[in-house]
Design a protein around this ligand. Sequence first.
Ligand code: HEC
Ligand code: HEC
Ligand code: HEC
Ligand code: HEC
Ligand code: HEC
Ligand code: HEC
Ligand code: HEC
Ligand code: HEC
Ligand code: HEC
Ligand code: HEC
Ligand code: HEC
Length: 474
Amino acid sequence: MRSKLFFLNADKPSFTHSLCVLFFLFLVSPPLAHSNSCVTAQCHSGLVSKPVVHQAAREDCMGCHVRKVETHPSPGQKTFALAAEGAALCGGCHDEKMIKEKFGHGPAVQGDCLECHNIHSSDHKSLLRENQQELCFKCHQDFSEGMKTAAIIHNPVKTKPCVSCHNPHSSPFESLLKGKMEDVCAECHQEISDKSKKAKTRHLPLSSKQSCGSCHLVHFSEHKKLLQFSEKELCLSCHDKDYTGKDGGSKKKGLVNIKKELEGKKHLHGPIKEGECSSCHDPHGSAYPRLLTNAYPSDMYANYKPGTYAFCLSCHEENLLRFPDTTVHTEFRNGKNNLHFVHSARKLKGRTCRTCHAPHASNSDKLIADEGAPFGSWNIPIRFVIKDTGGSCSPGCHQTKRYDRLHPVNYGDEKSENEGTGEDTKKPTAKKQGDKGQEVKEQENEGPGEKESLGAPVENEIIDAPEEKENAKK
Ligand code: HEC
Ligand code: HEC
Ligand code: HEC
Ligand code: HEC
Ligand code: HEC
Ligand code: HEC
Ligand code: HEC
Ligand code: HEC
Ligand code: HEC
Ligand code: HEC
Ligand code: HEC
């Protein structure tokens, strides 16, 4: 019997050799004990009565059983033995490669095939002893416990057999996966997978071996989107140190330690207060610098056109940079003179928001960057002071300047912040938003060359910009 198994399993012996063996077997074997003769109404009828029958049992009981004694049945005596034990029995007909890959599954490698399979027939596909999940949970009990209480269960773990991602026997891939983790995920999440590989700005963990598993649990989780921790905690679990840029991620000078940047700060940027990073950064990859979700220039200066700051303006007042004069769209104005427009909405060398604002957190009001904006190797200090109706800055760019919404500062006379007149006590009257009448008036104002006050505030800036008036057309 062994020789027959050997023959079926053989890949080394030549075809003619095989024929010889076959002929030999034909001569020496007892007459084949066909299933028909073993399975009758009286005998062994239960063995192959289930819907899924092992083809081997349908064809030939003696494929696996060898006769020990002549007379069968012989009460009190074992009349048959198995042709081989464990995996070797199966290996007679099935390719043992199935359990020989680099990462093996304990019970299969041990040859305990019958922990999972019925041998003659079964109610379940692939001769399984139970339906798929229950089969796995028989041993992976902590898993089934976890799944009962988890807040979120990954859809395919609920709806598909475990073997849609795992190989039950052995696999060349870790965790018995059917492919590399990213490929397993890509089968259903193609879009994210493409983004992670092709986006202009890529996120380094996605190309690590852990890939998607760097951030996600794949079966179930206590956190939304199957994250390992709450989102902020997750991001800060890696961004709690400086990156030097040497590990192949962002090409530019590395990254600052975000955890440190947030720690102990008086003001956090709105979404971060809510524990979110992904409202601004796409963790899977992005077309914009720093994985941002929309357009944002990456330098100190940017030539302004509509859309340059789509990122910030996707959450903030969309008209922030639209009108040279306004009484509603920003508090950063001197009288009506929109100082955001003055600084940032320039066709050439507009100051990007980072000149004044910190992206994540600050001790100053309005997220003004305490430590100043990096300008080469120097940080430009801002020294911002906020007042009820305005404020002042003593930046590295120009001498101290005040702005006041109610009593506009005349920059011709202005010397220094200390000469303030005390008019700051009055409350602002303009509402930030929703003043429709006002808005119409502004749009009427939106003509070329009518903003005399416009050039004045920037006169004595270190870096001058000649095209302010043209911008007024925008
Ligand atoms: C593919 C191999 C294989 C084939 C073919 C096979 N058996 Fe078995 N059989 C086994 C194995 C293995 C066991 C031991 C099962 C166990 O230990 O749970 C077994 C056990 C048995 C037993 C005793 C234990 C029991 O399950 O009641 C009987 C009786 C039996 N087989 C009869 C048959 C008959 C009849 C056929 C043909 C219709 C057949 N077998 C075909 C592998 C096979
Ligand atoms: C005598 C040859 C032979 C032996 C020994 C044998 N099998 Fe099979 N087995 C087959 C054949 C033939 C098929 C059907 C062809 C196929 O699906 O590849 C099959 C199919 C299977 C299937 C798939 C059933 C399905 O419906 O998809 C499983 C599972 C299986 N065998 C398990 C085992 C296990 C476990 C052992 C050892 C305990 C074993 N076989 C031993 C011949 C054998
Ligand atoms: C941990 C449970 C488990 C063990 C142990 C196990 N199997 Fe399987 N086996 C499965 C499951 C589940 C499937 C169905 C796979 C699928 O549907 O993709 C399967 C499918 C099969 C198949 C048919 C499909 C295929 O992959 O070719 C064969 C043959 C098979 N097993 C043989 C064996 C043999 C031989 C052993 C012992 C060496 C064994 N199995 C051990 C769970 C197991
Ligand atoms: C008979 C018991 C048994 C059954 C049934 C069983 N497993 Fe396992 N499984 C084990 C053991 C033992 C380990 C090794 C545990 C360890 O190393 O911590 C394991 C490990 C694993 C691993 C991790 C391998 C690794 O490299 O980390 C996966 C994945 C796995 N099993 C999937 C399954 C799936 C899917 C099923 C159902 C088709 C299943 N198991 C059914 C016993 C079982
Ligand atoms: C959507 C694909 C997918 C499905 C479905 C799936 N797994 Fe996994 N499983 C994975 C991946 C990917 C890993 C590796 C996780 C990692 O390394 O971060 C894994 C790891 C494991 C491990 C080893 C590590 C651990 O978490 O303990 C076990 C055990 C396991 N899976 C069992 C199961 C069982 C049981 C089922 C069915 C209830 C199942 N898996 C369904 C993808 C899947
Ligand atoms: C067999 C298909 C399939 C595979 C493979 C698969 N997923 Fe999913 N996944 C889904 C489906 C379906 C959903 C639910 C989508 C929905 O609700 O819109 C989902 C949802 C998710 C979610 C969001 C969960 C939530 O609560 O909103 C994450 C995260 C996820 N998958 C990650 C992964 C990762 C990582 C892998 C690779 C280990 C993976 N998926 C493999 C089908 C799959
Ligand atoms: C750096 C951490 C990180 C990595 C690595 C990562 N993700 Fe995510 N993923 C997240 C975060 C955070 C969210 C939730 C925020 C969001 O929806 O963008 C998320 C959400 C998802 C969602 C749900 C999307 C939706 O719209 O509901 C899916 C699906 C998903 N990820 C799949 C993947 C796949 C597949 C991979 C691997 C190619 C992967 N993720 C790698 C952090 C990550
Ligand atoms: C409100 C939008 C917003 C939120 C929320 C946000 N970021 Fe940022 N992040 C930015 C902007 C804008 C930049 C680019 C700053 C620059 O280039 O001046 C940035 C830059 C970064 C950088 C690159 C830093 C460097 O040295 O260039 C990292 C890393 C980062 N963010 C991580 C995070 C993490 C982690 C969170 C959640 C705790 C988070 N971000 C939340 C807007 C945001
Ligand atoms: C597993 C560790 C890990 C996790 C978790 C992680 N990151 Fe990263 N992230 C990195 C590494 C590594 C880099 C590349 C560092 C470098 O450039 O040297 C990076 C780069 C970045 C960059 C700059 C990309 C560029 O090239 O400009 C941003 C922004 C960022 N991460 C935000 C996030 C956010 C938001 C989260 C949470 C959703 C997050 N990261 C989670 C490891 C991680
Ligand atoms: C995903 C939405 C989102 C994006 C994108 C975003 N912010 Fe914010 N920002 C907020 C929220 C929410 C607040 C808190 C608003 C509040 O408290 O009234 C806030 C507050 C601020 C504040 C403080 C306002 C105050 O009244 O204290 C400033 C300044 C600011 N953001 C600037 C920016 C800049 C500059 C950018 C672009 C680099 C940006 N934001 C991008 C959502 C966003
Ligand atoms: C020259 C410095 C400077 C630049 C550049 C700058 N801001 Fe501001 N921003 C301020 C000051 C000062 C305030 C506080 C105004 C107040 O409340 O008195 C402010 C306030 C804000 C506010 C709160 C709402 C409001 O308008 O009063 C938002 C939102 C904001 N800035 C977004 C931006 C965006 C987006 C950019 C880039 C397009 C930008 N800022 C560029 C100085 C600046």
